[in-house]
Every structure is written in structure tokens, then in C-alpha cells.
Design a protein around this ligand. Sequence first.
Ligand code: C5P
Length: 317
Amino acid sequence: MLYSENRINGVDNAKRIRPIPPIDTMAETSFAYAKVNISLDIISKRSDGFHNMKMVMQTVSLSDEITVRCEPGAGISSSTDTGLSYLPVDRRNIAVKAALAFFDHTGITGYLTHINIKKEIPVSAGLGGGSADAACVLRMLDRMFDSKLGQETLKTIGKSIGSDVPFCIVGGTCLAEGRGEVLTELPPLPRCYFVICKPPFSYSTPELFSLTQCEKIRVRPDTEGLIASLMNGNLSGVARRMYNVFEDYLPWGKQDIIYIKNSLLDNGALGATMTGSGPTVVGLFESADYARQAYEKLKENYLECYLAQPMNKESLE
Ligand code: C5P
């Protein structure tokens, strides 16, 4: 049995000393699922620079495909087959950060890790694409090394990487509070469909937070009514309460957001909202036919359109 270097070096933190499997090449492929905000509210600004949030979040079937390969050696590298030159592949990449955090936490050494990301989830879109990749890498490494960290530890490691990573570890339908890491699981949505449409620009998340002075927010989502609707399996009750407070404070691009929302609603969506810090807009449909119709319509004007379904937490690998 081989032990981590930390053991050899006599690191005193017993938690970090873990037997690891014999050094061998291991590879796994898995899916990292995007999230959408059914609602987003900002409660207060915190002394650590973050904001306390109240959000209903949902995992959806739009996904990246992640392959992690570990072989004898040292270091972490990553690649993407998207041709997106602005996507970093070094340690600025959130999936690489996740692998670094995993090895740091477990003390496992002796592996050269390569992460390949087949990117489908639009980048800087409010869909948690990077967070989903990070959560997926954490789950995969935990499984590959049989480190049995458990969901709470994975969430704690995830929080150090990004505020949405803990939700992406848990998945399904959740109320997210605190920075986004205080999660309460909610009943799943009744059968429904999403149309997801990203206009061709992005917002800076810190800039949107700074434009949205939380004590002056005029319109907030009815989160309690939304949760009650989920409890009652009332899809139109959920859809009617879809709302994101950032929508009132957009520095530009509001016309696209309104256009996409109206197009979704005109084509049969029960509700629509911007997700996260945008600019992606999500429409919720009861009818698969209406969802396809709305998707086809938006596709005429926007390249980044997707049809998706909600995913429950059990379907996350
Ligand atoms: O945690 P994450 O990297 O996603 O946060 C990006 C930025 O968004 C933070 O640096 C902060 O400016 C802002 N943020 C915030 N409150 C949160 C989450 C994010 O102010 N709950």
C-alpha cells in the first residue's frame, strides 16, 4: 500500500493522511450539468465582500463532458475542444482549481492529472458552467481515488472555489442562501421543459452586484410562494414567480433580455427569467411542443439556444 507524501513528510493533520490505491493510470468520463435560477434575490451585503442570497436553483440537462485521466507523475493540466481561446486551461481554469483543491485536501500525490472539457454550456452566461465542471471534477476524483470525502466535505472544498460549486455538488432543486452554499433541498419540479437562450454578450458578476444596491431593490421574487408552489406540484405557480433582481439593474442589453422573454412567453412559456448574473434567459414550459416551437423561433436570431429538462439529484454521476 502506498501512502501520500504528507505521511512520509510527517504532516501532523491526521485527516490529510489517507492510503491511496496503487499508482496506476485511471480515466473516467462524466457529465457536468448546468444550473438555472428559477429565482434570484439579494438579501444583504456582507463584510467579506460577498452578498447573502436567496435563490431557487435547478440542475438542467445541458451539460459539458469531462474526462479526467490520472497517471503516474506530477502536475495538473487541462484542455478544451471548443476552440474558445479565452477559456484558460491553466490553474485559472476552475476545473483545474478543483483538482488542485482535491489533492491538497486529501494529501494524495504521485499523479499527473489531465482534465479534458468538451464544452456545451455557454461561458459567462449565468448557467454555472465553470462551477458545474469544478463540482464534476471533485466528484470524479473522489470516486476514482475512493477517498469517500462525503457531500459535506465536497461542498466545503467547492465553496473555496466558487459560490455556486456547492449547489452543483448537491444538484436537483434547492433553495440556496448565504453566499449560495447554504442549501435546502426542495421537491423536484413537475415534468417540464426549459428553453435557454444566451444573447451574444456577457455581464461582469462583480459589476452587476455593485450596480444592485440591495437595500434599494424595488421588486423581489416571491420566494416563499415559489417554494409553496413546488411543495404543491403547481408548475404554473412556480413559473409565475420566476424573477431575478439583477434584471432591474442591467447596465446595457436590456432590450435583448426583454425580447427573449417576450418571445418565450409569446410561444407558450408559463414563465421566464434571466438566470444568475445573466445574460441568459430561461423559459419554463409544460408542453414539449411549445418549448420546441419557442426554441426554433429564438434560434432564428440567437446562436446559443438550447432545449433542456430539469435533472434530479439522483441523476448526477
Ligand atoms: O464565488 P464566485 O467566484 O462565483 O463570485 C464571483 C464574484 O461575485 C465575487 O467576487 C463577488 O464579487 C460576487 N459575489 C457576491 N456574492 C455572492 C456570490 C458572488 O458578491 N454570494
